[in-house]
Structures are given as structure tokens and as C-alpha cells.
Design a protein around this ligand. Structure first.
Ligand code: S3P
Length: 450
């Protein structure tokens, strides 16, 4: 499957029972960060369980362009020979991040305090996404940015020659922005301080600690205050990437809506900054249980078991939970379709600037399949029709957005008529084995032209 090649139309139809174990790939957020911090350490970092999705492969390629030696050693086993903090060299060519907002934003931050220049681009989706959220804070360190209007890619960043440390209050709930500022702060003198009003995923903070950086995180009345001391010597690590809760969401949600299903999804990280969907599903009455709960590598982990749940109810999702499930709203809206009553999602305007405008994309997809959806700038409501009354039968546009593509395929596994999408190509960015794994569980999902 190619992320940026010819469109790959796909179809899913009523499935079930889904039975078995779903071994989902490594966490995308943690995979990007392992490659980037590995490149900024001195010596060889070993990574096991790396997600070999296109987004992460694009980050690996970028780290090579900045001077690190990144090598695939075996299945999901990679090594990174880092160049040390301050050691990036200037890429000889345009750095193309494909579909990956996380890759480009984190690396813009990391290179912003090096005296080098780099030009970044990506696919049509990434070229449409706002970058001012990164160029504003890196300007405080002394970097300059020259991009297209509206702060869009392609964009050239001229890194700061004499960076200064920064105190920055992140204006929106964004782990990408927080992480970009932290990575920039590594190669600045003194202390870089970040204030986060709403807690977002904290993988960068945890991993920086693991690599030996001097970083302090305090919960205060103002929010979370993160203090990072510049110029650390990062020591190479052996990293075991946990499985991705955002990918686990797909087989779990499919099992909840397909009659007779019983699916175990082992080894899923339940870091509270990521696990909001699972709490929400349980609040809706989903038969979702945590087995073998344990702590691994400092993170809470469990095996998740999802069973067919014909009696789910719509709920009002607490807006303060949004950051911990921001990538899961599309698939939640699918489960909400099979619940009784309304599911109300508020405080979610960040969804409008993901790989696509996810409120518009999902509203159009659900409506094309007979559902009633209402929405505004930062909220949407899905009117559930109950477990056996979702019509389906629609052909939907995925807008270069992997999570829209997979969510609509899950919709088709429970709806009365098949659901078709115009392009499943982007699925490869985060979950290259989606089709294979869903089919192994017993789902009917296929590519039209094969
Ligand atoms: C990510 C942060 C989130 C998320 C994205 C991955 C990360 O983006 O949507 O898929 O790895 O830091 P925002 O920072 O824009 O919320």
C-alpha cells in the first residue's frame, strides 16, 4: 500500500463474530520520539517494536538527512547512531515529511536552535496544515521561518545562531507544540520553561528523563510547568516501544459493534494522557475490560478485552478528557452511531486541523451512511440508532486521513449495507497491517481493485 500513490478504494461489510488476539503495531508518538532523541544522543540507541508506518519511516529518513545513522536491523528493530545535542548537520535537500504533522513539527523544533537552514514539505494534507504554532515559539529562541501564506509548508527554517532560553505558555492543547519547544530547548543555554494549561501526552518528557536530561514537571495552579535545562549530554538508550492505544481503538471498537465478538488486544499502554477513549467507551456501557494490569517501562499497561456490546448508550464526553483521546473521536463517532441516544462531543476544535478537518470528514461520512450528525466550530453530536439499525451503503471521501479511512471501515463492519471509501492508501502511515489484522479476526474488509 502506498500512502501517496494512486487512490486505493476499499469496502467493508457487516462482519462478525470477530474472535482472537489483535497484536497492533508500536505507538506512533513514541516511535517518532525514539528516533529523534536517539539522533540527539551520543552513541547507539536500540529501538524494539518501532512502528514501521510511513510517518515514522519519514522521520527516520529526516534524521538521516540531519546527520544521524538510522539502520533497520530486523523486524521492528532499529538502531540510531546519534550525533549529540547541537550536532545536526544541514540537510542537502528538501526534507519531505509526507503526511506526518508530528514528524515535521517535532523536527522543526529540534533543528531550530542549530545554526543550519532546512526546507520542509509534505503531501497535500500536510501542506494545508498550520505551522505558525511551531514558528511562533521557535522565533523566541531566535529562529526565523519563511513559508507560504498562512504559515504553510513548504517552509524554510533558519535556525538560531545564538539561541536564548524561552518561557512559553502553550496556547492550545498540543503535545506537538510542547515537544517542539522542549526539543528546541535542548540546544539552548539555561532553562527553557513550558506551561501547559491542559495536560497533553507526556511521552517527550518521560523519554527525555530516560535519556538523562534534567527535566522537572510540576502540577501547579497555572497548569503543568515543565522546566528543562539546556545542553544536556543525552545517553543512548534501549527502548521497547509499547503498542499504540490509538491503533488498538480500531479492533476494540469493531468488536463492540460486531455480533458475537470477543477480541483480546494485548500490551496496550494506558498512560492517562492517552487512554481517554477507553474510559469513554466504558462510560457508554461497552464490555471492555482490562486484564493483567501492570507497570512496564514506567507506564501502566494492560491487555484489553472487548466483547460485543449491544446495549451501549450515548453520553456527553467531558471536554476536559479531549486531549487524552484527541485522535480517537472519529472512531468514537462510529461507536456512537451504534449506541442508543445522543453522543455529545465538545471542546474539540483541534480536530479541525488534523490530517483533515475531522469533524467535517466524519460528519459527511456518517451522513452518507444514513446517520444524523449536527456540528459547530468546536462540537458535534451523533444521534445513535442502536446496534442493528445503522444503514450504511455510502461512498465516502477520506481526504488523505488514515483515521477517517479506518473509522469508516469499522462503520461498514457493523452497518446493514457495505461502506466504501475512495482511498485507504493513507492507512499505511500509522497502521500498515490494519486490513490483514482485521481480516484475521474475521472482518470483511477489502480493496476494490485487487
Ligand atoms: C501527537 C500529538 C497530537 C496527535 C498526533 C500525535 C504527538 O497532535 O493528534 O496524532 O505525537 O505529539 P497535537 O499536538 O496537534 O494535538
Amino acid at each position: 500500500m502506498l500512502a501517496h500513490g494512486a487512490p486505493i478504494p476499499m469496502t467493508a461489510r457487516k462482519s462478525g463474530p470477530l474472535i482472537g488476539e489483535a497484536n497492533v503495531p508500536g505507538d506512533k508518538s513514541i516511535s517518532h520520539r525514539s528516533l529523534i532523541l536517539g539522533a540527539m544522543a551520543i552513541g547507539k540507541t536500540e529501538i524494539h517494536g518501532l512502528l514501521e508506518g510511513q510517518d515514522v519511516l519519514d522521520t527516520a529518513k529526516a534524521m538521516r538527512a540531519f546527520g544521524a545513522t538510522v539502520t533497520k536491523q530486523g523486524d521492528a528493530h532499529w538502531t540510531v547512531q546519534g550525533v549529540g545535542v547541537g550536532g545536526f548537520c544541514e540537510p542537502k535537500d528538501l526534507v519531505d515529511f509526507g503526511n506526518s504533522g508530528t514528524g515535521v513539527r517535532l523536527i522543526m523544533g529540534a533543528m531550530a536552535t542549530h545554526a543550519i537552514t532546512a526546507t520542509f514539505t509534505g503531501d497535500a494534507s500536510l501542506r494545508g496544515r498550520p505551522m505558525a504554532r511551531i514558528t511562533d515559539p521557535i522565533a523566541l529562541f531566535g529562529a526565523t521561518a519563511h513559508g507560504r501564506s498562512g504559515g504553510r509548508l513548504p517552509m524554510t527554517i533558519v535556525g538560531a545562531k545564538d539561541p536564548v532560553p524561552v518561557k512559553y505558555s502553550v496556547p492550545m492543547p498540543s503535545a506537538q507544540v510542547k515537544s517542539a519547544v522542549l526539543l528546541a530547548g535542548l540546544n539552548a543555554p539555561g532553562e527553557t520553561i513550558i506551561i501547559e494549561r491542559e495536560a497533553t501526552r507526556d511521552h517527550t518528557e518521560r523519554m527525555l528523563k530516560g535519556f538523562g536530561a534534567n527535566i522537572k514537571v510540576e502540577d501547579t495552579g497555572e497548569g503543568r510547568v515543565i522546566t528543562l535545562k539546556g545542553y544536556p549530554e543525552l545517553a543512548p538508550q534501549t527502548i521497547v516501544v509499547p503498542r499504540d492505544p490509538s491503533s488498538a481503538a480500531f479492533p476494540i471498537c469493531a468488536a463492540l459493534i460486531c455480533e458475537g465478538s470477543n477480541v483480546l488486544v494485548p500490551n496496550i499502554g494506558l498512560n492517562p494522557t492517552r487512554a481517554g477513549l477507553f474510559t469513554t467507551l466504558r462510560d457508554m456501557g461497552a464490555k471492555l475490560t482490562y486484564e493483567n494490569e501492570r507497570i512496564e517501562g514506567g507506564e501502566p499497561v494492560a491487555d484489553l478485552r472487548a466483547r460485543f456490546s449491544p446495549n451501549m448508550r450515548g453520553i456527553e464526553v467531558p471536554p476536559q478528557r479531549a486531549a487524552s483521546m484527541i485522535d480517537e473521536y472519529p472512531v468514537l463517532s462510529v461507536v456512537a452511531s451504534f449506541a442508543q441516544g445522543q453522543t455529545v462531543m465538545r471542546g474539540v476544535k483541534e480536530l479541525r486541523i488534523k490530517e483533515s478537518d475531522r469533524i467535517d470528514s466524519m460528519a459527511a461520512g456518517l451522513r452518507a451512511n444514513g446517520m444524523s450528525v449536527k456540528y459547530g466550530e468546536d462540537w458535534w453530536i451523533v444521534d445513535g440508532r442502536g446496534i442493528s439499525d445503522v444503514p450504511g451503503g455510502g461512498l465516502c471521501a477520506t481526504h488523505l486521513d488514515h483515521r477517517i479511512a479506518m473509522s469508516l471501515m469499522i462503520l461498514g463492519m457493523g452497518s446493514n449495507k457495505p461502506v466504501r471509501i475512495d482511498d485507504g492508501g493513507p492507512i499505511v502511515t500509522s497502521f500498515p497491517i490494519f486490513e490483514e489484522l482485521m481480516a484475521q479476526l474475521g472482518a470483511s474488509v477489502w480493496r476494490e481493485n485487487s
